[in-house]
Design a protein around this ligand. Structure first.
Ligand SMILES: [Fe+2]
Length: 302
């Protein structure tokens, strides 16, 4: 393979950002940056707020009851085979070696799509290290994402972002302090696209498409490379505004139904978000800021 990453389903990319998942191939399966020794060093080097890990969870995991595994981040990577754990190393582009790889991959995607995908806005990379058989609960992500399977296998169930029969709007929407997990039911599976990933496989995960992950019977390492566009940022802002208005008892239309009103909401978000961030900085804690601004006692979903 001449490239680091290559789109397999070339017809999936048109002039607008795809809203459906599609497949790619990559050449990172034996890359030195994804060997466990290097990842353990990275886990130890990253600031605490860039590393998150936990013990065994279920697809419908209650975020308040997420179990710890009792180990340090570095130890978790070194013992991932038997740790029954899930770990994410966030924004690994703060390390220059990972930043160079992130940029190289997204530049290649931009080249293959005539600039439609892989843009330079808010590029970021995450690495998921998971024990055999582990699960990532159902959730959405507020960015455009290519997931590259580097080691082990996983099955991802991915839903259409607009599939309201599976996920009601109030579960899709995000608001400050809301946990990313979405309530899951087995009957949702019939409407999912199932993507099976082996080392060298990659998929595009559309903006805020609900998904959950079942890992195979080996240690899994995945590289997630993300970026944003102006349209994607507006869409995510709208989700925040709709969620807050819905919490205030005001039913909201789907994004795109009332384009003018959507624009007003996005503009309001741009004005109000810095005020919320200022309150958060002032009180020094997200939960306290949420309570002050939204009148709630804690930041968990209700
Ligand atoms: Fe995700």
């Amino acid at each position: 393979m001449a490239r680091l990453i290559e789109i397999v389903e070339k017809d999936a990319v048109g002039e607008t950002m795809p809203t459906k998942s599609f497949r790619l191939k990559h050449d990172l399966a034996s890359h030195p940056l994804f060997q466990l020794d290097r990842l353990a060093k990275l886990a130890g080097d990253l600031p605490a707020d860039q590393v998150e890990w936990n013990g065994q969870v279920a697809p419908n995991q209650d975020p308040k009851l997420t179990p710890a595994n009792g180990m340090s981040a570095e130890e978790t990577v070194r013992r991932i085979e038997e740790a029954k754990s899930w770990m994410v190393l966030k924004d690994v582009g703060t390390d220059p070696e990972y930043k160079a790889l992130l940029d190289a991959c997204l530049d290649e995607i931009a080249e293959q799509t005539g600039g439609a995908m892989g843009g330079a806005m808010r590029r970021a990379a995450f690495i998921f290290v998971t024990s055999p058989g582990n699960v990532t609960p159902m959730h959405t992500d507020p960015e455009l994402n290519f997931l590259l399977q580097v080691r082990g296998s996983k099955r991802m169930s991915v839903w259409d972002q607009k599939d309201r029969e599976t996920v009601p709007a109030e579960h899709m929407e995000m608001y400050p302090g809301k946990h990313r997990n979405i309530p899951y039911r087995d009957e949702y599976e019939a409407r999912a696209l199932h993507q099976h990933l082996e080392p060298g496989d990659s998929i595009f995960v559309p903006l805020m498409a609900p998904h959950w992950v079942q890992n195979g019977e080996e240690v899994s390492v995945s590289f997630s490379i993300t970026w944003m566009t102006k349209e994607a940022e507006n869409f995510v802002s709208l989700q925040y505004v709709n969620a807050v208005l819905r919490k205030l008892g005001l039913p909201q239309a789907e994004p795109g139904e009332h384009k003018l009103w959507d624009g007003v909401k996005v503009a309001a978000y741009r004005v109000l978000r810095p005020a919320y961030d200022a309150v958060k900085k002032l009180v020094g804690d997200r939960d306290k800021a949420v309570a002050l601004v939204f009148g709630r006692k804690n930041a968990e979903p209700v």
